[in-house]
Design a protein around this ligand. Sequence first.
Ligand code: BG6
Length: 459
Amino acid sequence: MNDSIIVIFGATGDLAKRKLLPSLYRLFFKKKLNNVVIVGTAFDDVSAFEMLREAKKNIKDVDNEMWNDFSAYVYYQKLDFEKSNDFIDLEKNVALLEKKHDLSGRRLVYFSAPPNYFCTLTKLCAKSKLVQKKEFHSIVYEKPFGNDFVSAREINTCIKNYFNESQIYRIDHYLTKEIVSNIAMVRFSNIIFEPLWNNRFIDNIQIVLNENACIEGRGNYYDNYGAMRDVVQNHMLELLALIAMETPEKLTGEFIRENRAEVLRYVRVADGLLGQYQGYAQEKGVKKKSKTETLAALQLYVENERWSGVPFYLRTGKCLDAKKTAISITFKNVECLMAKGCPMDPNILTIGIDPQSLFSLHLNAKKAGVSDELTTMNMEYCHSCDLSALTPGSYETIFEELFRQEKSISVRFDEIESSWNIVDAAYAKNFPLYIYKKGTNGPDECQNFAKKHKIRWVL
Ligand code: BG6
């Protein structure tokens, strides 16, 4: 990544200080950023030093000398997201910095801002010429893209008035997690999976994104979103799409996006329940009688030939007993021919994402020494155990891919439309909301939900 400028809108916000600026520092440390100038902008009256000081708190093992070198490329400009003059000033400063640092003219503008600003920001970036209709000017929208189907469509219609699709990136950082990008590779590069990957052999699929963290000071944002808009609409449905999509013609960007988009069209919401942790309504920024869900469990079906009759369970929550993000694919039972030990455990393929990234296959095997009894065993590939030092964080990958102009990291608008349709349909069903205690694994009703559907939560 050479001789370019990155402008971050919302540079004092949570994402910028926890992820964007630390990732850019790490890329600089790895010598992958060469003469790349960063300009942070936000409403706050702070200096570049103060903005960076907050980001530095989120970086482990900072090399102070490298940090100082990195800081020399970082600037800050206070800006009102709705004032066109501020954008004109910003464009002038960006042009001056391009001269000062002898940059190529390549610009990348990153909106780490609430989606209700996306249209205005886009318009003002276009009018001030900060971003122009040029292939080497890119514009990046952080999730969530809208807060329902209608608003997402409004934003998209607005931004298409100003820029070409090839310049637009809609980001979902789950797509750049190393193990997630490995899902398609593993699935389509091994002959043993594809013949079994359908309703003849798979009993159910569970996708879990459980967090022990609560809303961490993000009450203003979270209370308007809730678990379904915050993570189901994007991260979890993108995982579902990768698991359920048909075989792409090639394992490359546009083919993968096409197949992800296609499968999301066929998702139907069948059942669900919601939860809210005790004390949520007392969090800063949350409405006193808020009914926003901090937990959701959904049963979905993909209504196509491959998946007809196979339930997909999505389950997510905040303030739970542990952080665990994983997908588990439970296969149907074989006929049990054993004299003892029937019924046997089903085979389960687990794709761990967090805290451990791994592929693990749960099999039945003979118990040592005893002739007619079974035991279970795991075949495991633990990516994070061996390779975590070599694995870049997802936002490092995002910046690298943005510079390569790789489109598979960007969610296509039809994927976004379908996933909002699914979430809107889930809200329309008015699933009951149960209160649960912090630090538990959710309300008891979650277990009853599993019993009702004759499944066991695997994760
Ligand atoms: C973000 C959500 O998109 O994803 C957060 O806004 C959530 O609420 C986070 O905590 C989870 O991401 P990860 O990478 O920590 O699993």
